[in-house]
Design a protein around this ligand. Structure first.
Ligand SMILES: [Zn+2]
Length: 467
């Protein structure tokens, strides 16, 4: 069976734009998009519920439902629980997947409640499926007349949310943002930062030269793909985007909120910048544009991906992400991918360009997206649901803790859970662990040194959380 998601980090060809010779930049590939078709559905506890997932890039996954909630469905894929957020699915597939989960939870269609129909209607509105939403609200009202005004209210709410997003408003307070960072004591004094990482203020001339170089590359891309690709410059990012003008403000907010969150977590002061100059980020409105830009910039085939980070051994990083559709769900999925990839870019340049183990890299990227976006990101709920499914089903995973190589994308949610577990124990300890690895320690030695844990005891502690 084809793995439902490609590995996030992979070695690809040299980055043309920055003339990296003899060194292969690491390319991180985030989230794939799916077209979704529902297979046979039976009652929970009676017979298994099976979903067929048709990848819009050609692959196919079939798995029985192990768990599901308002945000994610967990399928057994290739013998292991794998979580899919509804926001990561195409609209029709998201609706059908949620309906299948509800049917499974309630033991059949007839068990679906008015509240279920209402929540399914809200999901339909998130994906801009007005017709489906209307049918759901009618079904909810048939079961309970109290839902009659709530359907109309939900339509107004989502219409206003879309309008606010289009006007670049609604970005200031992020509802449910967790802000879990407790600060971090990075030991910055006296350390040498290889490859230009942690560039300081006094290197202003060098920073300016690097930024000018990045702008020339972006301008070259713009000439080749179209003049609607515009540059928005913030304190730490060069954002090239073809999004509608009214929506571009959100991109600046997401990037800078991510940077602030990471800088606070890793103790990077305002007088320093992690990036060599600024980090180029390409935020694209369509798969077509994404494919075009990734090809020009990196000669990179992005089939199966929604975003990637190019992390070159010489310290250059850039991020490329695409949006799939205009719905609120597609927008939030984009934001989650952007922050996940941006975290890889930041980590690549933190202290040294030595690569950190993939479970730590992927897990932390998912945790940061969750911390910045709060309730608009389903990573946390995916990690919880997968944790429950792994423990209740007695599943074991394969090569999770290797210091090098790829991590199977099916394990991302577990990696998230393991990293979140370490952050809950000691957020400063996690930063120290990454410091140690960046300065040469193995993943196992750093875990032992900072937490007194082995991989086995970490796994046991994580499992105990989900019993
Ligand atoms: Zn990743």
């Amino acid at each position: 069976m084809v793995s439902p998601m490609p590995p996030c980090e992979r070695i690809a060809g040299a980055t043309r734009a920055y003339r990296v010779r003899g060194m292969a930049p690491a390319i991180g590939v985030a989230v794939v998009a799916f077209a979704f078709a529902v297979g046979a559905v039976w009652a929970r506890g009676d017979r298994e519920v099976v979903l067929d997932i048709q990848l819009n890039t050609g692959g196919q996954v079939r798995g029985r439902i192990l768990d599901g909630n308002d945000d994610v469905v967990v399928l057994e894929c290739d013998g292991f629980p794998c979580a899919f957020g509804y926001d990561q699915l195409l609209p029709d597939g998201a609706y059908r997947a949620r309906l299948a989960v509800l049917t499974w939870l309630r033991g059949g269609r007839e068990g679906i409640t008015a509240a279920d129909h209402y929540s399914l209607g809200r999901l339909a509105l998130r994906h801009q499926l007005a017709g489906y939403a209307n049918r759901c609200f009618v079904a909810a009202t048939k079961l309970d007349a109290a839902y009659r005004p709530r359907g109309a209210e939900a339509r107004v709410e989502f219409r206003e949310a879309r309008r606010a997003a289009g006007a670049g408003r609604g970005e200031q307070p992020i509802a449910g943002a967790k802000g879990s960072e407790r600060g971090a004591d990075a030991e910055s004094a006296g350390l040498v930062f290889p490859n230009g990482a942690h560039v300081r203020d006094e290197d202003a001339a060098r920073r300016a030269a690097v930024i000018a170089g990045y702008k020339r590359v972006g301008e070259d891309i713009r000439r080749q793909v179209g003049s609607d690709l515009a540059l928005r410059e913030t304190e730490h990012f060069l954002i090239w985007t073809d999004w509608a003008r009214a929506e571009r403000g959100a991109l600046e907010s997401w990037c800078e909120e991510m940077y602030t969150s990471l800088a606070r977590r890793f103790g990077v002061s305002g007088g320093e910048s992690i990036f060599a100059g600024k980090c180029p980020v390409y935020c694209l409105r369509s798969r077509k544009r994404f494919t075009q830009v990734a090809g020009l910039l990196d000669h990179y085939d992005v089939r199966g991906a929604l975003g990637y980070t190019s992390s070159a051994p010489n310290g250059h990083v850039h991020v490329v992400v695409c949006r799939q559709g205009g719905s609120l769900a597609a927008r939030d999925a984009f934001a989650s991918t952007l922050i996940h990839e941006g975290t890889h870019a930041f980590l690549h340049r933190y202290r040294s360009t030595r690569r950190i183990p993939m479970w730590l890299n992927e897990g932390l990227a998912n945790c940061v997206a969750e911390a910045v976006l709060g309730d608009r990101c389903s990573n946390d709920r995916a990690a919880e649901a997968v944790g429950r499914a792994v423990v209740s089903g007695g599943y074991t995973y394969g090569a999770m803790f290797a210091d090098s190589g790829m991590l199977d994308a099916r394990y991302y949610a577990v990696a998230h859970g393991l990293v979140a577990h370490l952050i809950d124990r000691d957020a400063t300890g996690l930063v120290g662990m990454i410091d140690d690895i960046k300065l040469g320690a193995s993943g196992g030695a750093a875990l032992e040194g900072r937490f007194g844990l082995t991989f086995e005891s970490l796994d046991r502690a994580w499992r105990d959380e989900h019993r």
